[in-house]
Ligand binder design. Structure first.
Ligand code: C2E
Ligand code: CA
Ligand code: CA
Length: 638
């Protein structure tokens, strides 16, 4: 009698629990000091470590109590024992939540697992506590005999292991295979340890088995090695960092440094730069983290609460940087910015910085503010809509509008041609103009879809005007050099015009000059390929680039559009006037028609007529109007 308690204690060794407690302390030290990928799942991992340490402490206390107070005060046994078991099953529950989070299951997909884990937790904890209280579970009787009741502990343990295994199996496509394999093997080791200790009637190592998955997770998912040379961590760490910062509503200040020379793989910083990076990232702020976003892009993240004077400090940092900078002779772009609720995540922050980079020259420093975020958000929205336009692939897309500017024909004294000008009508922004969206569309390669839409809509409008009896000589459409680069350029253009039923000579294409030799050759080929069909070609914006008369003569354009800047210059300066007038005459003599753009008043009109003009276009006649309203300008003949 009473021997069972003694035997129980003899089979217990505190070594295991002490190991667990010590290991948890080591984890805490690592987490605090090393950079670890701290995303949302990491929060669970922290709770797992905490709960496990608490369980191990109570397991120790429970066994000590068994030894010293068994029979004297059983409550001192029951309480730590309950806490020990509650702690371990809380760990199990947290493992389920962790798995749910790390697999990225959404609310709906995660719900069954959440309930399966919660119900089991309540059942197990309920059985343990009520069972002890009502003496159908674990309790010690007056004779100091230990009654165990139903072996709820191993059953619960297996239940959770199976639950997590099922969860991982059913969603295995959502997760990295290597991690699943190594987790399975790790859990295998845990189960083996459980088996071995069972054979020896032991229970000391139970808590130890809960440690192994933590090792595996820290290693596989949360480890983020430092670049030993600069002391930075990776781009992915940055994504996780931002996610957690948003979740915890912590405020950070970002100092971004971009050096184009080091962009692209395989470029290592020279020693001097490595040293400078280490110096600048550690010298000025308390516990700032340096992220290496790409070869030439680093972002230093500063916790605002820990660095109340961060604004002045960042200025000191800049001052010092500018004094040492000349020795490195490397181009840079520096952007400082705070957090902004509208920026969603790490990728969004990086896109924001890149957006700023695109709008500033080399060797500039900017402190980005709300207005920059506004601009970025608008840009992002336009990209979003453009992507949708590409996806829908609808030549009738209502977001792309065709405006038109009628062109005055001097010989006939009538408006019989026009230029199609694109506008976009976006739900959240209203009407936007080409100077805003064309650069975005060209940069992201969305322009060709827009061109197809505007060409198709223009053809349809020409057809309608002709059917209503209007005299439409032709309408020109602006094309970008990106359009010309497509291999199927000619087929596409011919297919769109052909299927509209409009004669090919009713359509013209406006192109601007290109400095680039390849593009020049390309334009030459494209024009000769399409000319045969009757399509006319305009050289747009003559006088704005490095216009080279001889080269232009190599291209079989029909009409040369003199840019508004030449019209203005010829009005202000006699020498310009002579030059423009001679150029126009030369073009006319070699059978190019001359069109002047940007005619705003009678003076412009008169002067340009004297300077060999055939066509005039500008606000004097009309601002751009919706294409249907060309009926107000074109002559009705039928
Ligand atoms: P652009 O081809 O040189 O078009 C002429 C621009 O000058 C038009 O601006 C027009 O509104 C403006 N303009 C016309 N008359 C006057 C005037 O008397 N005074 C002044 N100050 N300006 C005048 P918009 O419509 O904003 O277009 C700007 C540019 O966007 C165009 O310049 C063209 O390069 C581009 N763009 C427009 N539509 C398209 C398109 O469908 N595709 C492509 N690739 N580019 C387009
Ligand atoms: Ca144009
Ligand atoms: Ca133009």
């Amino acid at each position: 009698m009473g021997t069972e308690i003694i035997r129980y204690y003899e089979n217990y060794t505190p070594v295991a629990d002490i190991t667990v407690i010590a290991t948890c302390i080591v984890f805490v030290i690592l987490i605090y000091n090393a950079y670890i990928n701290k995303n949302k799942s990491f929060l669970y991992l922290r709770f797992i470590i905490g709960s496990l340490a608490i369980s191990a402490i109570f397991d120790l206390l429970y066994h000590i109590a068994m030894n010293y107070v068994g029979g004297i005060n059983n409550l001192l046994i029951y309480l730590p024992r309950a806490a020990y078991h509650i702690g371990l099953f809380t760990v199990m529950w947290l493992y389920v939540l962790y798995t749910k989070e790390v697999m990225g299951l959404d609310k709906k997909a995660g719900r069954p697992y959440f309930y399966a884990a919660a119900v089991a937790w309540i059942a197990i904890v309920g059985y343990e506590t009520v069972g002890t209280y009502l003496h159908f579970g674990f309790y010690i009787d007056e004779n100091l005999n230990v009654h165990r009741g139903f072996p709820i502990f191993p059953v619960g343990y297996i239940y959770y292991v199976v639950l997590i295994a099922v969860m991982v199996f059913l969603n295995r496509s959502k997760f990295i295979k290597q991690v699943i394999i190594s987790m399975a093997e790790t859990v295998g080791v845990s189960i083996a340890i459980m088996g071995i200790q069972q054979l020896h009637n032991q229970s000391s190592f139970t808590t130890v088995t809960f440690l192994f998955p933590i090792y595996a997770l820290l290693y596989h998912i949360h480890s983020s090695p430092y670049d030993v040379e600069t002391g930075s961590v990776s781009e992915h760490a940055f994504f996780d960092f931002v996610e957690l910062a948003k979740l915890k509503e912590e405020e950070y200040y970002f100092l971004s440094m971009y050096m184009h020379d080091f962009e692209g793989k395989g470029r290592k910083y020279p020693r001097t730069i490595q040293r400078a990076v280490r110096y600048f990232s550690t010298r000025f702020f308390k516990s700032a983290t340096l992220f290496q976003i790409s070869g030439g892009h680093m972002i230093l993240v500063v916790n605002i609460n820990k660095n109340p004077g961060y604004k002045e400090k960042s200025q000191w940092m800049l001052d010092e940087f500018l004094t040492v900078y000349p020795q490195y002779r490397i181009d840079y772009k520096i952007v400082f910015f705070g957090m902004d609720k509208r920026i969603e995540d790490g990728i969004d922050y990086i896109n924001f910085v890149r957006f700023i980079h695109d709008s500033i020259p080399q060797n500039t420093i900017v402190r980005a503010d709300k207005n920059d975020v506004d601009r970025y958000m608008r840009n992002k929205y336009i990209v979003f809509e453009l992507e949708d336009i590409i996806k829908k692939n609808d030549l009738n897309d209502p977001r792309v509008l065709v405006y038109c500017q009628p062109v005055y024909n001097i010989r006939t004294g009538k408006f019989d041609t026009a230029e199609a000008l694109m506008r976009m009508q976006l739900p959240a922004m209203g009407m936007i103009y080409p100077d805003v969206f064309i650069p975005i569309a060209e940069k992201k390669d969305y322009i060709s879809m827009l061109t197809k839409i505007i060409l198709s809509k223009t053809c349809r409008a020409i057809k309608e005007l002709m059917e209503k009896g209007y005299n439409v000589k032709r309408i020109s459409v602006n094309f970008s050099v990106y359009d010309m680069r497509a291999d199927d350029f000619c087929e596409t253009v011919e297919a769109i015009i052909g299927s509209s039923g409009v004669p090919f000579d009713k359509v013209a294409i406006e192109l601007t000059e290109s400095q680039n030799e390849q593009d020049f050759e390309l334009i030459k080929t494209r024009i000769s390929e399409l000319k045969g069909s009757g399509i006319k070609f305009y050289l747009d914006d003559f006088g704005t680039g490095y216009s080279n008369f001889e080269r232009i003569m190599e291209l079989p354009f029909d009409i040369v559009k003199f840019d508004r800047s030449l019209v203005m210059a010829s009005g202000n300066d006699e020498r310009y006037r002579t030059m423009v007038s001679n150029l126009a005459r030369m073009f006319r003599e070699v059978h190019y028609s001359v069109l002047y753009e940007g005619i705003e008043n009678e003076e412009d009109e008169k002067r340009c007529i004297e300077m060999s003009a055939k066509y005039l276009q500008g606000y004097k006649y009309s601002k751009p109007i919706p294409i249907e309203r060309l009926t107000d300008y074109f002559e009705k003949i039928g």
